[in-house]
Write a protein that binds this ligand. Structure first.
Ligand code: NAD
Length: 457
């Protein structure tokens, strides 16, 4: 406790020097962070393979590549983001000018999960640095190799009074979230998210909660089935399904269900061969506990394909489950593994009602050629973000804020939104001293008449 508290106090003291506020400082640190990653790329790839069996293709596409895209975007736009923004001033305030100045929040905490242990730790850090904060980072205890690389990379490049990594499990994390940070950025499960929010509330510390949930994928009868299958299999079976925005379950129009299942099986075979459990690029499950949980879900339906598992290697084959009851365990919590339950619907209203009956998901995927169907689903359903005719890709655009809604999270980041998440937007009004309207003062006779003229219903 003393150690983390002291660390935070050191950061708070250093923050007061104002050093982290200037454009030049922020820019230099962002460039330094990028360079540090470039130099350690091989070690990061190695760590991701060791923690989760990630192939280079997967690790670069979803961890390192998106980090570069975000940091390049921040470096390019930082000066503009930092500028005070002039805003209009109403007639009632004649003579004055107004603007909004972003300012750093102070000392922030970033707590991250194991599934994308590099990206989900360092991408929030881009926002924290860009906004001029100090940061303490708590990587997941389950992705030890990546956490080790991140700690080395940070400690070799940044003073701990500016950025520090604290390693440890839930106990350490509990100690950290109980401290009076100026912001907590948490990525992880919904239940822990509630604990983080409750701890933060003790200091009125604002939180960003990047949580999970059961993200539906709806395939209508007019969808391009072969393409939909490839894109669904990509989003679902990457990282062995341990992706917060992976399609959690499929709702497919009854008339195309068989064709879709066949196309999904073909897509999986084209990615990972006939024996995915033996494919070197097919990832493993993070721990024995997670593996056992997933393996038990295989009993909750009939495998349309897949269904195999490897107790030694902690691998579960890409699996599509049919005949699943909505009340079965696999449908009670986020699956977070390579198991995809499939349900058929007769008409869209039925699909909409099924999604609306559950907590608001982190993502929604719609496959249909019809713009009317696309519009109907995206406007009538609430979800954090999503794609039409694809999966996952909304995450990779710095122009789209990424985050959940309701149970799937609060707040968002990526692109300018990362900068805003870690900034306070300070409103300033500058009044003229050249004149002073007397009618606002209580001593002015009939002042209220003038005010009523200016501020009509
Ligand atoms: P988790 O909630 O178990 O752990 C995440 C982090 O919280 C870890 O660093 C852990 O040490 C810490 N932690 C654990 N118990 C804590 C406590 N009581 N108080 C404070 N901190 C605590 O999550 P996980 O299993 O690592 O990740 C899986 C979940 O994360 C899934 O639900 C997934 O959907 C979600 N997720 C969301 C996103 C997103 O961007 N929205 C991304 C990845 C994962």
């Amino acid at each position: 406790m003393v150690r983390v508290q002291e660390l935070l106090e050191r950061q708070q003291t250093w923050f007061q020097t104002g050093e982290s506020r200037s454009y030049a400082y922020r820019l230099t640190q962002l460039k330094k962070l990028k360079q540090a990653v470039v130099e350690r790329e091989a070690a990061i790839l190695e760590a991701l393979r060791s923690d989760l069996g990630k192939s280079e293709h997967e690790a670069y596409t979803l961890e390192i590549g998106p980090f570069y895209a975000e940091i390049n975007f921040a470096i390019k736009h930082l000066r503009r983001w930092m500028k005070p923004k002039r805003v209009k001033t109403p007639m009632t305030h004649l003579g004055s000018r107004s603007w909004i100045m972003p300012e750093p929040l102070g000392s922030v905490l970033i707590v991250s999960p194991w599934n994308y242990p590099f990206n989900l730790t360092l991408t929030p850090l881009i926002g924290a640095i860009a906004a001029g904060n100090t940061a303490i980072i708590k990587p997941s205890e389950l992705s030890v190799a990546t956490a080790g690389i991140i700690e080395a990379l940070i400690s070799e490049n940044f003073p701990p009074a500016f950025i520090a990594v604290v390693q440890g499990g839930a106990d350490t994390s509990r100690e950290l979230v109980a401290l009076p940070f100026d912001h907590i950025f948490y990525t992880g499960g919904t239940e822990v998210g509630k604990l983080v929010m409750a701890a933060a509330a003790q200091h009125l510390t604002p939180v960003t909660l990047e949580l999970g949930g059961k993200s539906p994928c709806i395939v209508h009868h007019d969808a391009s089935i072969a393409l939909a299958a490839k894109r669904i299999a990509f989003g679902k079976f990457l990282n062995s399904g341990q992706t917060c925005v992976a399609p959690d379950y499929l709702l497919v129009h009854r008339s195309v269900k068989d064709a879709l299942l066949e196309a999904l099986a073909q897509a999986v075979a084209s990615f990972y061969g006939d024996e995915p459990l033996k494919h070197p690029d097919y990832g493993r499950i993070a721990s024995r506990r997670h593996y056992d949980r997933l393996k038990s879900f295989l009993q909750d339906g009939k495998a349309a394909f897949g269904g195999g598992s490897d107790d030694e290697a902690l691998r579960i084959a890409p699996t599509v489950l049919e005949d699943v009851a909505w009340s079965s365990p696999v449908m009670q919590e986020e699956i977070f593994g390579p198991i995809l339950p499939v349900f058929a619907y007769e008409d869209l209203q039925e699909a909409i009602a099924l999604v609306n009956a559950r907590p608001k998901p982190l993502a929604l995927y719609v496959f249909s050629r019809s713009e009317a169907v696309q519009r109907r689903l995206t406007s009538s359903l609430s979800f954090g973000g999503g794609c039409i005719n694809d999966t996952m890709l909304h995450l990779g655009s710095p122009y789209l804020p990424f985050g959940g809604v309701g149970q799937s999270g609060t707040g968002s980041y990526h692109g300018e939104q990362s900068f805003l998440t870690f900034s306070h937007r300070k409103s300033v009004l500058k009044q003229t001293t050249a004149f002073d309207f007397p009618f606002r003062y209580p001593s002015f006779k009939n002042g209220v008449k003038i005010i009523r003229m200016l501020m009509k219903p």
